[in-house]
Design a protein around this ligand. Structure first.
Ligand code: PMP
Length: 454
Protein backbone atom coordinates (compact mmCIF):
# COMPACT_ATOMS: atom_id res chain seq x y z
CA UNK A 1 0.00 0.00 0.00
CA UNK A 2 1.33 3.47 -0.77
CA UNK A 3 1.09 6.33 1.71
CA UNK A 4 -1.60 8.07 -0.29
CA UNK A 5 -4.00 5.13 -0.60
CA UNK A 6 -6.93 5.41 1.81
CA UNK A 7 -6.63 3.01 4.73
CA UNK A 8 -9.55 1.36 6.38
CA UNK A 9 -7.97 0.65 9.74
CA UNK A 10 -6.06 3.05 11.97
CA UNK A 11 -2.27 2.72 11.84
CA UNK A 12 -1.02 0.69 14.81
CA UNK A 13 0.32 3.33 17.17
CA UNK A 14 3.14 3.60 19.67
CA UNK A 15 3.23 1.18 22.60
CA UNK A 16 5.95 1.06 25.25
CA UNK A 17 6.05 -1.33 28.19
CA UNK A 18 7.68 0.50 31.08
CA UNK A 19 10.43 0.70 31.96
CA UNK A 20 12.61 1.02 28.86
CA UNK A 21 14.98 -0.68 28.19
CA UNK A 22 13.47 -4.12 28.43
CA UNK A 23 15.73 -7.15 28.95
CA UNK A 24 16.69 -7.73 25.29
CA UNK A 25 17.49 -4.07 24.60
CA UNK A 26 19.39 -3.87 27.89
CA UNK A 27 21.61 -6.81 26.93
CA UNK A 28 22.53 -5.18 23.61
CA UNK A 29 23.27 -1.87 25.31
CA UNK A 30 25.59 -3.66 27.75
CA UNK A 31 27.39 -5.44 24.90
CA UNK A 32 27.80 -2.10 23.13
CA UNK A 33 29.17 -0.43 26.27
CA UNK A 34 31.72 -3.22 26.63
CA UNK A 35 33.12 -2.84 23.14
CA UNK A 36 32.61 0.58 21.52
CA UNK A 37 35.03 3.45 21.68
CA UNK A 38 33.74 6.68 23.18
CA UNK A 39 32.20 9.29 20.93
CA UNK A 40 28.92 8.08 19.42
CA UNK A 41 25.74 9.45 21.00
CA UNK A 42 24.79 5.94 22.07
CA UNK A 43 27.40 6.36 24.80
CA UNK A 44 25.31 9.07 26.51
CA UNK A 45 23.66 8.66 29.88
CA UNK A 46 20.15 7.95 28.52
CA UNK A 47 19.81 4.38 27.25
CA UNK A 48 19.78 4.50 23.44
CA UNK A 49 16.90 3.13 21.43
CA UNK A 50 17.71 -0.35 20.19
CA UNK A 51 16.06 -0.90 16.83
CA UNK A 52 15.02 -4.38 15.84
CA UNK A 53 12.72 -3.49 12.96
CA UNK A 54 12.19 -0.16 11.24
CA UNK A 55 9.19 -0.17 8.93
CA UNK A 56 7.48 2.92 7.58
CA UNK A 57 7.36 5.34 10.51
CA UNK A 58 7.54 2.75 13.27
CA UNK A 59 10.67 1.59 15.07
CA UNK A 60 10.28 -1.59 17.10
CA UNK A 61 12.80 -2.62 19.73
CA UNK A 62 13.79 -6.23 20.49
CA UNK A 63 11.33 -6.34 23.42
CA UNK A 64 8.42 -5.41 21.16
CA UNK A 65 8.07 -1.74 22.14
CA UNK A 66 6.86 0.46 19.28
CA UNK A 67 8.01 4.03 18.68
CA UNK A 68 6.92 6.61 16.12
CA UNK A 69 10.01 7.98 14.39
CA UNK A 70 9.23 11.70 14.53
CA UNK A 71 12.96 12.41 14.20
CA UNK A 72 13.09 10.43 10.96
CA UNK A 73 16.32 8.78 12.16
CA UNK A 74 18.44 11.93 11.65
CA UNK A 75 15.90 13.14 9.05
CA UNK A 76 17.02 10.41 6.67
CA UNK A 77 13.93 8.18 6.63
CA UNK A 78 12.27 10.52 4.13
CA UNK A 79 10.33 7.86 2.22
CA UNK A 80 9.82 5.73 5.35
CA UNK A 81 11.95 2.89 6.63
CA UNK A 82 12.43 -0.17 4.43
CA UNK A 83 10.08 1.07 1.74
CA UNK A 84 8.97 -1.93 -0.36
CA UNK A 85 10.31 -0.35 -3.55
CA UNK A 86 13.74 0.04 -1.98
CA UNK A 87 13.69 -3.46 -0.52
CA UNK A 88 12.86 -4.87 -3.97
CA UNK A 89 15.59 -2.85 -5.68
CA UNK A 90 18.19 -3.92 -3.11
CA UNK A 91 17.17 -7.58 -3.31
CA UNK A 92 17.40 -7.52 -7.07
CA UNK A 93 20.76 -5.77 -7.18
CA UNK A 94 22.54 -7.57 -4.37
CA UNK A 95 22.19 -10.90 -6.13
CA UNK A 96 23.75 -9.52 -9.31
CA UNK A 97 26.53 -7.15 -8.26
CA UNK A 98 26.89 -5.17 -5.07
CA UNK A 99 30.46 -3.92 -4.99
CA UNK A 100 31.42 -2.28 -8.25
CA UNK A 101 34.57 -0.24 -7.84
CA UNK A 102 34.27 3.42 -8.70
CA UNK A 103 36.68 2.81 -11.60
CA UNK A 104 33.98 0.67 -13.25
CA UNK A 105 30.37 1.31 -14.16
CA UNK A 106 27.06 -0.27 -13.29
CA UNK A 107 23.60 0.52 -14.60
CA UNK A 108 22.28 1.57 -11.15
CA UNK A 109 25.00 4.22 -10.90
CA UNK A 110 23.89 5.87 -14.13
CA UNK A 111 20.19 5.34 -13.36
CA UNK A 112 20.59 7.08 -10.00
CA UNK A 113 22.56 9.97 -11.49
CA UNK A 114 20.01 10.46 -14.28
CA UNK A 115 17.11 10.31 -11.84
CA UNK A 116 18.80 12.84 -9.56
CA UNK A 117 19.50 15.29 -12.37
CA UNK A 118 15.90 14.71 -13.48
CA UNK A 119 14.61 16.25 -10.25
CA UNK A 120 17.43 18.79 -9.72
CA UNK A 121 16.93 22.53 -10.20
CA UNK A 122 17.40 23.74 -13.80
CA UNK A 123 21.00 23.97 -14.98
CA UNK A 124 22.36 21.51 -12.41
CA UNK A 125 23.21 18.65 -14.71
CA UNK A 126 26.46 17.08 -13.48
CA UNK A 127 26.83 14.66 -10.58
CA UNK A 128 29.67 13.38 -8.38
CA UNK A 129 28.79 10.66 -5.92
CA UNK A 130 29.57 10.20 -2.24
CA UNK A 131 28.41 8.07 0.67
CA UNK A 132 27.65 10.60 3.38
CA UNK A 133 26.58 14.19 3.65
CA UNK A 134 30.04 15.12 4.93
CA UNK A 135 31.54 13.49 1.85
CA UNK A 136 29.36 15.52 -0.48
CA UNK A 137 30.13 18.82 1.24
CA UNK A 138 33.81 17.94 1.30
CA UNK A 139 33.69 17.38 -2.47
CA UNK A 140 31.75 20.59 -3.08
CA UNK A 141 34.24 22.72 -1.14
CA UNK A 142 37.17 21.05 -2.90
CA UNK A 143 35.53 21.72 -6.27
CA UNK A 144 35.02 25.38 -5.38
CA UNK A 145 38.58 25.87 -4.15
CA UNK A 146 40.19 24.22 -7.14
CA UNK A 147 37.87 25.98 -9.60
CA UNK A 148 38.54 29.46 -8.23
CA UNK A 149 42.12 28.97 -7.09
CA UNK A 150 41.05 30.58 -3.80
CA UNK A 151 40.73 29.11 -0.34
CA UNK A 152 38.47 31.24 1.84
CA UNK A 153 34.90 30.18 2.52
CA UNK A 154 31.98 32.04 4.07
CA UNK A 155 29.76 29.90 6.29
CA UNK A 156 27.04 30.76 8.81
CA UNK A 157 26.25 30.61 12.49
CA UNK A 158 24.18 27.54 13.31
CA UNK A 159 25.32 25.76 10.15
CA UNK A 160 25.98 22.01 10.16
CA UNK A 161 27.89 20.50 7.28
CA UNK A 162 29.15 17.23 8.76
CA UNK A 163 31.93 15.87 10.95
CA UNK A 164 34.67 14.87 8.49
CA UNK A 165 37.97 16.71 8.85
CA UNK A 166 37.25 18.43 5.53
CA UNK A 167 34.07 20.15 6.70
CA UNK A 168 33.86 20.12 10.49
CA UNK A 169 35.95 23.30 10.42
CA UNK A 170 33.00 24.99 8.68
CA UNK A 171 30.56 24.09 11.45
CA UNK A 172 28.75 26.86 13.29
CA UNK A 173 29.21 24.97 16.56
CA UNK A 174 32.92 25.19 17.49
CA UNK A 175 32.71 22.29 19.95
CA UNK A 176 32.30 19.91 17.01
CA UNK A 177 35.76 20.79 15.73
CA UNK A 178 37.44 21.52 19.06
CA UNK A 179 36.55 18.06 20.36
CA UNK A 180 38.40 16.43 17.45
CA UNK A 181 41.31 18.82 17.06
CA UNK A 182 40.36 20.59 13.83
CA UNK A 183 40.85 24.31 13.21
CA UNK A 184 38.16 26.71 12.01
CA UNK A 185 38.24 26.89 8.21
CA UNK A 186 35.65 29.56 7.36
CA UNK A 187 34.61 33.13 8.01
CA UNK A 188 31.41 32.84 10.02
CA UNK A 189 28.60 35.34 9.59
CA UNK A 190 25.19 35.36 11.31
CA UNK A 191 22.50 33.32 9.58
CA UNK A 192 19.31 35.38 9.26
CA UNK A 193 17.48 33.99 12.28
CA UNK A 194 14.82 36.54 13.17
CA UNK A 195 13.98 35.05 16.59
CA UNK A 196 17.61 35.29 17.71
CA UNK A 197 19.06 38.05 15.59
CA UNK A 198 22.17 39.27 17.47
CA UNK A 199 21.14 42.93 17.26
CA UNK A 200 17.74 42.29 18.82
CA UNK A 201 14.41 40.98 17.61
CA UNK A 202 13.41 42.57 14.31
CA UNK A 203 11.00 41.83 11.52
CA UNK A 204 11.98 39.17 9.02
CA UNK A 205 12.67 41.59 6.18
CA UNK A 206 15.08 43.72 8.21
CA UNK A 207 16.92 40.65 9.49
CA UNK A 208 17.26 39.30 5.95
CA UNK A 209 18.63 42.61 4.71
CA UNK A 210 20.99 43.01 7.64
CA UNK A 211 22.39 39.47 7.28
CA UNK A 212 22.92 40.05 3.59
CA UNK A 213 24.51 43.42 4.34
CA UNK A 214 27.14 41.65 6.45
CA UNK A 215 27.95 39.21 3.64
CA UNK A 216 28.13 42.13 1.22
CA UNK A 217 30.51 43.98 3.51
CA UNK A 218 32.68 40.87 3.88
CA UNK A 219 32.94 40.43 0.12
CA UNK A 220 32.98 44.06 -1.07
CA UNK A 221 35.12 45.88 1.46
CA UNK A 222 38.79 45.34 0.66
CA UNK A 223 39.56 45.83 4.35
CA UNK A 224 36.85 43.50 5.72
CA UNK A 225 39.44 40.86 6.54
CA UNK A 226 37.70 38.41 4.20
CA UNK A 227 38.50 37.27 0.74
CA UNK A 228 38.97 36.52 -2.01
CA UNK A 229 36.15 34.06 -1.45
CA UNK A 230 36.11 30.63 -3.07
CA UNK A 231 32.62 29.70 -1.87
CA UNK A 232 29.64 30.69 0.18
CA UNK A 233 28.14 27.53 1.68
CA UNK A 234 24.70 27.63 3.26
CA UNK A 235 21.74 25.47 4.23
CA UNK A 236 18.75 27.10 2.49
CA UNK A 237 16.75 26.14 5.61
CA UNK A 238 18.90 25.22 8.61
CA UNK A 239 18.36 21.80 10.17
CA UNK A 240 20.67 21.22 13.12
CA UNK A 241 20.63 24.99 13.74
CA UNK A 242 16.98 24.61 14.80
CA UNK A 243 14.83 24.63 11.62
CA UNK A 244 15.60 28.23 10.80
CA UNK A 245 13.86 29.61 7.71
CA UNK A 246 15.65 32.59 6.14
CA UNK A 247 13.65 35.67 5.16
CA UNK A 248 12.74 36.21 1.50
CA UNK A 249 15.54 37.72 -0.52
CA UNK A 250 18.45 36.31 1.48
CA UNK A 251 19.36 33.45 -0.85
CA UNK A 252 18.78 35.59 -3.94
CA UNK A 253 21.12 38.17 -2.44
CA UNK A 254 23.81 35.52 -1.90
CA UNK A 255 23.38 34.45 -5.52
CA UNK A 256 23.97 38.01 -6.71
CA UNK A 257 27.02 38.50 -4.48
CA UNK A 258 28.62 35.22 -5.59
CA UNK A 259 28.01 36.14 -9.23
CA UNK A 260 29.57 39.55 -8.70
CA UNK A 261 32.66 38.12 -7.01
CA UNK A 262 33.25 34.94 -8.99
CA UNK A 263 32.56 32.84 -5.88
CA UNK A 264 30.83 29.47 -5.96
CA UNK A 265 27.43 29.32 -4.24
CA UNK A 266 26.90 25.96 -2.52
CA UNK A 267 23.52 24.96 -1.12
CA UNK A 268 23.57 22.10 1.38
CA UNK A 269 20.24 20.32 0.80
CA UNK A 270 21.30 17.23 2.71
CA UNK A 271 18.69 17.66 5.43
CA UNK A 272 16.22 20.19 4.00
CA UNK A 273 16.13 18.74 0.48
CA UNK A 274 14.47 15.75 -1.14
CA UNK A 275 10.90 16.83 -0.40
CA UNK A 276 11.40 17.47 3.30
CA UNK A 277 10.14 21.07 3.26
CA UNK A 278 7.24 20.65 0.84
CA UNK A 279 9.36 21.43 -2.23
CA UNK A 280 11.73 18.99 -3.87
CA UNK A 281 14.62 21.28 -2.80
CA UNK A 282 14.21 23.84 -0.07
CA UNK A 283 15.84 26.53 -2.24
CA UNK A 284 12.80 26.25 -4.53
CA UNK A 285 10.78 28.19 -1.95
CA UNK A 286 12.73 31.20 -3.24
CA UNK A 287 13.52 30.06 -6.79
CA UNK A 288 17.28 30.43 -6.32
CA UNK A 289 19.64 27.98 -8.06
CA UNK A 290 23.15 27.48 -6.65
CA UNK A 291 26.28 26.46 -8.56
CA UNK A 292 26.64 23.29 -6.49
CA UNK A 293 24.01 21.50 -4.42
CA UNK A 294 24.79 18.71 -1.97
CA UNK A 295 22.32 15.94 -1.22
CA UNK A 296 22.33 12.95 1.12
CA UNK A 297 20.21 11.40 3.89
CA UNK A 298 16.82 10.44 2.35
CA UNK A 299 18.08 10.36 -1.21
CA UNK A 300 19.51 6.87 -0.63
CA UNK A 301 16.17 5.49 0.54
CA UNK A 302 17.87 4.33 3.75
CA UNK A 303 21.23 3.37 2.25
CA UNK A 304 24.44 5.37 2.19
CA UNK A 305 24.24 7.66 -0.83
CA UNK A 306 25.18 11.29 -1.25
CA UNK A 307 26.09 13.50 -4.17
CA UNK A 308 27.10 16.89 -5.43
CA UNK A 309 24.87 18.05 -8.25
CA UNK A 310 25.97 21.14 -10.09
CA UNK A 311 26.54 23.25 -13.12
CA UNK A 312 28.90 21.69 -15.67
CA UNK A 313 31.05 24.83 -15.47
CA UNK A 314 31.78 24.11 -11.81
CA UNK A 315 32.29 20.35 -12.20
CA UNK A 316 34.43 19.83 -15.28
CA UNK A 317 37.91 20.82 -14.15
CA UNK A 318 39.18 17.69 -12.36
CA UNK A 319 41.41 15.12 -14.02
CA UNK A 320 40.28 11.46 -13.96
CA UNK A 321 41.28 9.89 -10.65
CA UNK A 322 40.86 13.08 -8.64
CA UNK A 323 37.65 11.87 -6.99
CA UNK A 324 37.50 8.32 -5.73
CA UNK A 325 36.60 6.12 -2.80
CA UNK A 326 36.27 2.35 -2.71
CA UNK A 327 32.49 2.19 -2.31
CA UNK A 328 31.62 5.36 -4.23
CA UNK A 329 29.82 3.47 -6.98
CA UNK A 330 28.18 0.87 -4.74
CA UNK A 331 25.54 -0.66 -6.97
CA UNK A 332 23.20 -1.76 -4.16
CA UNK A 333 23.14 1.67 -2.55
CA UNK A 334 22.62 3.41 -5.87
CA UNK A 335 19.84 1.01 -6.89
CA UNK A 336 18.16 1.95 -3.60
CA UNK A 337 18.69 5.64 -4.35
CA UNK A 338 17.15 5.36 -7.82
CA UNK A 339 14.16 3.57 -6.27
CA UNK A 340 13.82 6.26 -3.59
CA UNK A 341 13.66 9.02 -6.19
CA UNK A 342 10.91 7.05 -7.94
CA UNK A 343 8.96 6.74 -4.68
CA UNK A 344 9.20 10.47 -3.96
CA UNK A 345 7.68 11.20 -7.35
CA UNK A 346 5.18 8.34 -7.67
CA UNK A 347 3.71 8.79 -4.19
CA UNK A 348 3.49 12.58 -4.43
CA UNK A 349 5.53 12.93 -1.26
CA UNK A 350 6.61 16.52 -1.90
CA UNK A 351 3.00 17.70 -1.97
CA UNK A 352 2.20 15.41 0.95
CA UNK A 353 4.95 17.00 3.02
CA UNK A 354 3.59 20.48 2.27
CA UNK A 355 0.01 19.52 3.19
CA UNK A 356 0.82 17.50 6.32
CA UNK A 357 3.31 20.15 7.41
CA UNK A 358 0.69 22.90 7.26
CA UNK A 359 -1.69 20.73 9.25
CA UNK A 360 0.96 19.87 11.82
CA UNK A 361 1.85 23.54 12.32
CA UNK A 362 -1.85 24.31 12.92
CA UNK A 363 -2.19 21.43 15.37
CA UNK A 364 0.90 22.54 17.30
CA UNK A 365 -0.15 26.19 17.35
CA UNK A 366 -3.61 25.15 18.60
CA UNK A 367 -2.27 22.79 21.27
CA UNK A 368 0.56 24.88 22.65
CA UNK A 369 -0.01 28.23 24.30
CA UNK A 370 2.79 30.82 24.45
CA UNK A 371 2.92 30.48 28.24
CA UNK A 372 3.86 26.84 27.83
CA UNK A 373 7.40 28.15 27.33
CA UNK A 374 7.10 27.96 23.60
CA UNK A 375 9.13 30.76 22.05
CA UNK A 376 8.42 29.97 18.43
CA UNK A 377 6.96 27.21 16.28
CA UNK A 378 8.29 27.35 12.73
CA UNK A 379 9.01 25.31 9.66
CA UNK A 380 8.10 24.32 6.15
CA UNK A 381 6.55 21.00 5.24
CA UNK A 382 7.35 18.18 7.65
CA UNK A 383 10.41 20.07 8.89
CA UNK A 384 9.26 21.75 12.07
CA UNK A 385 11.04 23.32 15.03
CA UNK A 386 9.54 24.13 18.44
CA UNK A 387 11.84 26.50 20.30
CA UNK A 388 11.53 26.26 24.09
CA UNK A 389 12.49 29.19 26.30
CA UNK A 390 12.47 29.84 30.02
CA UNK A 391 11.10 33.31 29.59
CA UNK A 392 9.45 34.51 26.40
CA UNK A 393 10.39 38.13 26.99
CA UNK A 394 14.14 37.54 27.09
CA UNK A 395 14.03 34.28 25.09
CA UNK A 396 16.30 32.40 27.55
CA UNK A 397 16.98 29.06 25.87
CA UNK A 398 15.73 26.03 27.80
CA UNK A 399 17.75 23.01 26.60
CA UNK A 400 17.08 21.05 29.82
CA UNK A 401 13.38 21.24 29.14
CA UNK A 402 13.92 19.94 25.62
CA UNK A 403 15.78 16.96 27.11
CA UNK A 404 12.89 16.37 29.54
CA UNK A 405 10.28 16.63 26.80
CA UNK A 406 12.19 14.12 24.69
CA UNK A 407 12.42 11.66 27.60
CA UNK A 408 8.71 12.06 28.38
CA UNK A 409 7.68 11.56 24.76
CA UNK A 410 10.06 8.61 24.40
CA UNK A 411 8.49 6.88 27.39
CA UNK A 412 5.18 7.16 25.52
CA UNK A 413 6.63 5.87 22.25
CA UNK A 414 7.52 9.01 20.31
CA UNK A 415 11.10 9.74 19.24
CA UNK A 416 11.69 13.48 18.89
CA UNK A 417 14.73 15.21 17.40
CA UNK A 418 16.55 18.15 18.92
CA UNK A 419 18.79 20.95 17.70
CA UNK A 420 19.17 24.69 17.78
CA UNK A 421 22.05 27.03 18.52
CA UNK A 422 21.41 26.30 22.22
CA UNK A 423 20.03 22.74 21.81
CA UNK A 424 16.67 24.16 22.85
CA UNK A 425 14.64 23.32 19.75
CA UNK A 426 12.52 20.20 19.37
CA UNK A 427 12.81 18.98 15.80
CA UNK A 428 10.07 17.13 13.97
CA UNK A 429 11.03 15.47 10.69
CA UNK A 430 9.06 12.22 10.35
CA UNK A 431 8.91 10.16 7.18
CA UNK A 432 6.87 11.97 4.52
CA UNK A 433 4.89 8.73 4.18
CA UNK A 434 3.65 8.85 7.78
CA UNK A 435 -0.01 7.89 8.10
CA UNK A 436 -2.20 10.85 9.06
CA UNK A 437 -3.65 9.18 12.16
CA UNK A 438 -0.18 8.19 13.33
CA UNK A 439 1.05 11.74 12.81
CA UNK A 440 -1.90 13.06 14.83
CA UNK A 441 -1.18 10.60 17.64
CA UNK A 442 2.50 11.56 17.71
CA UNK A 443 1.71 15.29 17.64
CA UNK A 444 -0.76 14.80 20.50
CA UNK A 445 1.92 13.06 22.59
CA UNK A 446 4.44 15.78 21.67
CA UNK A 447 2.05 18.52 22.81
CA UNK A 448 1.21 16.69 26.05
CA UNK A 449 4.89 16.08 26.73
CA UNK A 450 5.66 19.78 26.31
CA UNK A 451 2.73 20.86 28.45
CA UNK A 452 3.53 18.24 31.05
CA UNK A 453 7.07 19.49 31.56
CA UNK A 454 6.18 23.17 31.96
N1 PMP B 1 24.68 18.75 6.10
C1 PMP B 1 23.55 18.82 6.80
C2 PMP B 1 22.63 19.99 6.58
C3 PMP B 1 23.21 17.83 7.72
O1 PMP B 1 22.09 17.93 8.43
C4 PMP B 1 24.08 16.74 7.89
C5 PMP B 1 23.78 15.61 8.86
N2 PMP B 1 23.01 15.93 9.95
C6 PMP B 1 25.27 16.70 7.15
C7 PMP B 1 25.53 17.71 6.25
C8 PMP B 1 26.26 15.58 7.31
O2 PMP B 1 25.75 14.41 6.80
P1 PMP B 1 26.36 13.00 7.27
O3 PMP B 1 26.02 12.84 8.71
O4 PMP B 1 25.69 12.01 6.38
O5 PMP B 1 27.83 13.07 7.04
Amino acid sequence: MTATEPRTEPAPGPAVAAPYPGPRAQRLIERMRAIEGAGPRTGGSDPPLVVDTALGSILTDPDGNRFVDMAGSFAAATIGHSHPAVVAAVRDQVGRASHVSSASLSEPRIAFEEALVGIAPPGLDRVLLGMSGSDANDTAVKLARTLTGRHEVIAFSGGYLGRSTGVVGLSGKPRFRQSVGVEADAHFLPYPYPYRWPLGRADDASVGEAALGLVRHAMDDPASGVGPVAAVIVEPIQGNGGIVVPPDGFLAGLRELCDGHGAVLIFDEIQAGFGRTGRTWSSEHWGVVPDLMTVGKGVGGGLAVSAVVGRAAAMSHWAPGTHTSTFLGDAVNLAAGAAAIGVLRDEGLVERSAALGRRALDTLAGGLAPDDGVGEIRGRGLFIGIELVGDRADRTPDPDRVARVRRTAFARGVVLGAGGHHENVIKLCPPLTIEEDLLDTALGITIESIRGTA
